[in-house]
Design a protein around this ligand. Sequence first.
Ligand code: NI
Length: 475
Amino acid sequence: MSADDKDKRTSGQIAVNESHETAADRHDRADDKRDDSRPIHQDDSIQSVSAQDTPTQSSPEPDASIEELTIEPRKPRKLPRWTFHSIIAVLVVALVAAGVGVWGYSHWRHIAVSVNGTEQQVRADTTLGKLAKDNRDFGAKPGRLISVSGKVLKSTGGEPVVYRVNGKKIASVDATKHKTSKENSKEATGVPANLNSVKLPENARISVKSGKDVVEKHDIQRTVVPFNVIINGHGVIQKLRQAGKDGSSEVWTGKISGERVNKGVVTQPQDVIVDTFSPKPASCKVVALTFDDGPSQYSGPILDILKEKGAKATFFDIGTGSAEYPQMEQRMVAEGHQVASHSNTHPDMKKLNAEQLRTDISQGLANIKTASGVTTKMLRAPYGNFGVDQWRYTSDLIDSNVIWTVDTQDWKKLGAPEISDAALSKAYNGAVILMHDGGGDRSQDIAALPGIIDGLRGQGYEFVTIDQLIAMNGK
Ligand code: NI
């Protein structure tokens, strides 16, 4: 059954259902429907059919005779032309009204913003550029271009006015770049073009700051201002408090102005400061046993005695020895002794120039690091020769220089008893005792060491490393 047929059939059904109405009712309804512009005869034809057939309402299917009836289809209603045009007109007016409404909402609506902490109301579609222009940058000015002597070369040309919206810096035109006259005129009003693309959110917090002045491009002639070396106090330990750094003075020559200005010292030098002291703890009696010029074949027996006696010492090693006897140096570290540097080749450091000295110290420290993994910046300069110039050349390489206070004069090889006597008779609280485990035959040191340890213990001394002794300073 086609859709048209169904329509017809439905119309027939309506006709059946209508059959219970009186003729007068039907006539009235027909009258009512005339304003639908429907031809009256169509309803009449249906009514006439209903009057003839009168099927029962309970019939599930319309009577076949109704199906066969020809019912003239309703003609589609056609809107009068003026109605169609009216609808289009209304739609157009509605769209225009909506557009005006949207624009008006964003244009006439006001939002609150704060500028440098002061609240104000602005139209919702105000850009940062317009706000800046309307308020003449809130009094902020772009930076000026100034000469090396401080004269104003150009009222603009410095950094532009800086705006921040909710903390975010708004990129502004780089005022130091070459500008067209149009850009310059914008800059003169303090409103870089890109601010116009920044819309203001509601409750925006805006800050405005003047641009910084910019000094013209210039040549710089630098002169080094050397640092000084200050060694405070006296004592066995020299400890670096501050490394040295050169300063500089500058003369500027302006590329636009041609001015030449002496700027004086622009970077202050940082002096080497060394504190010298001799720790002497109040609460206990200590001495520091120190062994120089190793590692060597004599280091092993000395380490054996220290281990047996349970005493800790400090070994100031020569870099070349560390490279030759790395296992010995590893053992020193493993058995709790302190390892520090006694140079790389045992030179008189005061006879070296800066470069030679730096090379020797650097290599000595590096050889220790390679042999035992120990990183140390502690030095004992050979012969104790280390003065102001040596500190000046190496304050970035070392952090301490350790002398001695009790010389056992083992190097004279007068015999083990003499070495032992010197140690026991000269020892005092905080003494740094000098012995050797390398640099020649050290069998007398080996022979003397047990008696030295026992004798000092008998006098009430404890044995500490140099680091431990430094830590006791002032305590
Ligand atoms: Ni030495």
